[in-house]
Design a protein around this ligand. Structure first.
Ligand SMILES: Cc1cc2nc3c(=O)[nH]c(=O)nc-3n(C[C@H](O)[C@H](O)[C@H](O)COP(=O)(O)O)c2cc1C
Length: 232
């Protein structure tokens, strides 16, 4: 049983990377083999709209025809039992590299069947026939962001992110869940940077008291995923 985590942050050992590491440690505690992929190490682009993945009788039908560093990663994900993605929020969305990764992961496995596009954003119950991913796997998204939880909710960003990514992942790959980690510690030393907008004492308190709790939630998510796969 294999659990793959994909880190969409350029910083390998900061908030997102740490949470993903915890998630994989949770999966390992239940006997899973794990792999952490840092996509900023890879050379690749997002979908180029060549539609080779949808060409009738095409040799790349159902697979991304682009050949770059993401190609073997996408193949390994086809073999995995669970996929946990993590990304910081950059200007209101997941990072550009994570977005490009999602395009390449999801689009080749999505079939334009009659009726499918109309259902895309309307219902969580999708016809399985609109996905040609070879099996159903468990998926999760861990988001990290500088804003606090109240502001995230006020802006509706949690709902927005869920409505896009969770919905698409559930449709194409399998059951999906989200973990939102807010008010993250952003700088190694706040005094070195222009950062008057932040209450640094509050940030420090959250770092010491709440972040470990978020890491525990990530650990439990990984353990739960690995257990579900084992119990199948
Ligand atoms: C380019 C950039 C844009 C950002 N935009 C936002 C944003 O729109 N909303 C937010 O809450 N935090 C924003 N942040 C803060 C990061 O989301 C936050 O610090 C995150 O936890 C960083 O993840 P990391 O520690 O794994 O790199 C931004 C950070 C950067 C570098």
């Amino acid at each position: 049983m294999k659990v793959i985590a994909v880190n969409g942050s350029p910083r390998k050992k900061w908030n997102t990377g740490t949470l993903l590491k915890n998630a994989l440690e949770g999966a390992e505690s239940k006997g899973a083999e794990t792999e952490l992929i840092h996509i900023y190490d890879l050379n690749y682009k997002g979908c180029i709209s060549c539609f080779q993945c949808k060409l009738k009788n095409g040799k790349n039908y159902g697979r991304c025809s682009m050949s770059d560093d993401l190609t073997p990663v996408l193949e390994r994900i086809r073999q995995a039992d669970a996929l946990i993605m993590g990304s910081p929020i950059y200007v209101g969305a997941v990072t550009g590299e994570m977005r490009s990764f999602i395009e390449r992961l999801v689009f080749p496995n999505f079939v334009y069947n009659e009726g499918a596009p109309a259902l895309f954003f309307r219902s969580r119950v999708f016809p399985k026939k609109s996905s040609i991913f070879p099996k159903r796997i468990k998926t999760a998204f861990i988001y990290t962001m500088g804003m606090d939880n109240a502001r995230m909710k006020e802006l509706g960003w949690d709902k927005h992110l869920k409505s896009i990514n969770e919905l698409v992942l559930e449709r194409i790959l399998g059951q999906s869940e989200s973990l939102f980690v807010t008010d993250t510690y952003q700088f190694d030393d706040y005094s070195k940077y222009v950062s008057g907008a932040f209450d640094i004492e509050k940030k420090l308190k959250i770092r010491k008291e709440l972040f470990p709790e978020d890491c525990r939630k990530a650990y439990e998510l990984g353990a739960r995923f690995a257990s579900c796969v084992t119990d199948k």
